[in-house]
Design a protein around this ligand. Structure first.
Ligand code: 5GP
Ligand code: ZN
Length: 113
């Protein structure tokens, strides 16, 4: 999708530190990390929201995102990790292309702000 920064990263026209690629997703380091490990799992297919992604891609492809996030979290330093989707305005979403945050490497508080 034009003027979507994550589509541009997937296409390689905006640079990013790509850690892993799977069939339908890439994992990159977040530009503004909120923890020692802060990785974004980004589906290659553009969908702004989780519901839209599920409708377009289906549960198997959505599950593959979680699978990649789990592998990244499990290989991160520390004892545990967090996987987050910020959805919509109240959820704190700032980039309108679905992505999972994988955060690790420090004790993460709950509830989030
Ligand atoms: P959201 O707030 O939508 O859940 O998360 C968007 C995330 O994308 C933020 O953590 C932000 O730092 C990250 N981000 C935004 N633009 C870029 C970019 O161009 N490159 C990378 N690596 N991360 C980005
Ligand atoms: Zn996009």
């Amino acid at each position: 999708m034009s003027d979507c920064v994550f589509c541009a990263i997937v296409a390689g026209t905006v640079p990013a530190e790509v850690l892993q690629r799977s069939e339908h997703a890439i994992a990159i380091r977040d530009l503004n990390p909120q923890a020692p490990t802060h990785v974004l799992v980004i589906p290659t297919r553009h969908a702004a929201h989780l519901s839209e992604f599920l409708a377009l891609a289906g549960e198997a492809e959505a599950g593959a995102l979680l699978s990649l996030a789990s592998r990244i979290g499990a290989s991160a330093p520390g004892d545990g990790y967090r996987v987050v989707v910020n959805e919509g305005t109240d959820g704190g979403q700032t980039v309108a292309h679905l992505h999972l945050h994988v955060l690790a490497g420090r004790g993460l508080r709950w509830p989030p702000g």
